[in-house]
Design a protein around this ligand. Structure first.
Ligand SMILES: C[S@@+](CC[C@H](N)C(=O)[O-])C[C@H]1O[C@@H](n2cnc3c(N)ncnc32)[C@H](O)[C@@H]1O
Length: 275
């Protein structure tokens, strides 16, 4: 989940080509909704335009933590500013998006958000590639006697893989009901339903005291938010394995750091800490 991989692709050229080829007329007439959430601390000004003939751009001011809903039948083009730079993206109709800061503290629009109010949106769903899952389990020293917690478990692959390979018991927690359904189905298919449990819950309110190893794949600011919970509940020495992002404030606790490539050549970093 490198930040750039979360980010949308610049689309001005694509937009021009799509309009030229008349692709915009081929969309489904089903009414859907694109949502845009602001998880930054500033009011974001953006301009949005529907991809239909004669559509006029609308200027919006989105306050911190606010959510805009855009009913749509076609993609939407969005423009926002960074200092000295205008950013243009095309949004897919029906998907959720989030304004966040990138690693350089620039305003960025990311795809994905659970869109709930009053619950920290710690990261959109991006699954860890299996080769990275295997390495995370290896670096965490996960074995039969462990009790693994994956905080923000997505489709449950980390917990399910540990159970399948080592017989590890585990709990996956996610705020998205679709992810929990996928996880339960995946565990059943893998024949490990009796070893694992999936909870629909905000991880910020989770009870994780029984964990002997923890995995996370969340954004850096989310790792910072989660740190007090890890410190309050985990036993000293518990391995915490984080995909791609470090845990701010735990520099002293870092015991390993590995970079590897997935099948597409993309690089992933794994940070290993001991609480
Ligand atoms: C990048 S995905 C990681 C999925 C999985 N751990 C993996 O590595 O393949 C992050 C997950 O965190 C979930 N998430 C975001 N905010 C959350 C919260 N407050 N509580 C629980 N889960 C959350 C998202 O729904 C998403 O599935």
């Amino acid at each position: 989940m490198r930040r750039k991989a979360f980010a949308l692709v610049l689309v001005q050229a694509v937009l021009a080509a799509a309009i030229a080829q008349g692709q915009v007329s081929g969309v489904s007439p089903t009414r859907k909704e694109t949502t845009i959430r602001n998880l930054t601390e500033e009011t974001v000004r953006y301009t949005i335009r529907r991809l239909i003939r004669d559509s006029q751009p609308t200027v919006r001011y989105l306050k911190p933590n606010a959510l805009d809903r855009w009913p749509c039948e076609t993609p939407l083009d969005i423009t926002f500013d960074r200092p000295g730079q205008q950013i243009d993206y095309r949004l897919e109709c029906g998907l959720p998006y989030t304004f966040r800061y990138d690693a350089d503290d620039n305003l960025e629009l990311y795809s994905g958000s659970h869109g709930l109010f009053g619950v920290a949106d710690l990261a959109p769903f991006v699954p860890t590639p299996m080769v990275v899952v295997d390495k995370m389990l290896e670096l965490g020293g996960v074995g039969e006697d462990d009790f693994l917690f994956d905080l923000g478990c997505g489709d449950g692959r980390i917990v399910i893989t540990a159970a399948r390979k080592f017989g590890t018991r585990g709990v996956g927690i996610d705020i998205d009901p679709q992810r929990i359904d996928e996880s339960i189905r995946g565990a059943k298919e893998a024949g490990v339903g009796s070893l694992v449990e999936f909870r629909l819950q905000d991880v910020m309110k989770a009870e994780i005291r029984t964990a002997t190893v923890v995995t996370i794949y969340l954004l850096p600011e989310s790792n910072a938010l989660l740190r007090p919970l890890l410190e309050a509940q985990l036993k000293s020495g518990t391995p915490v394995v984080s995909h791609n992002y470090s845990i701010p404030g735990w520099e002293e606790k870092e015991v390993d750091y590995v970079t590897l490539q997935d099948g597409t050549g993309q690089e992933h970093t794994i940070f290993v800490y001991r609480r």
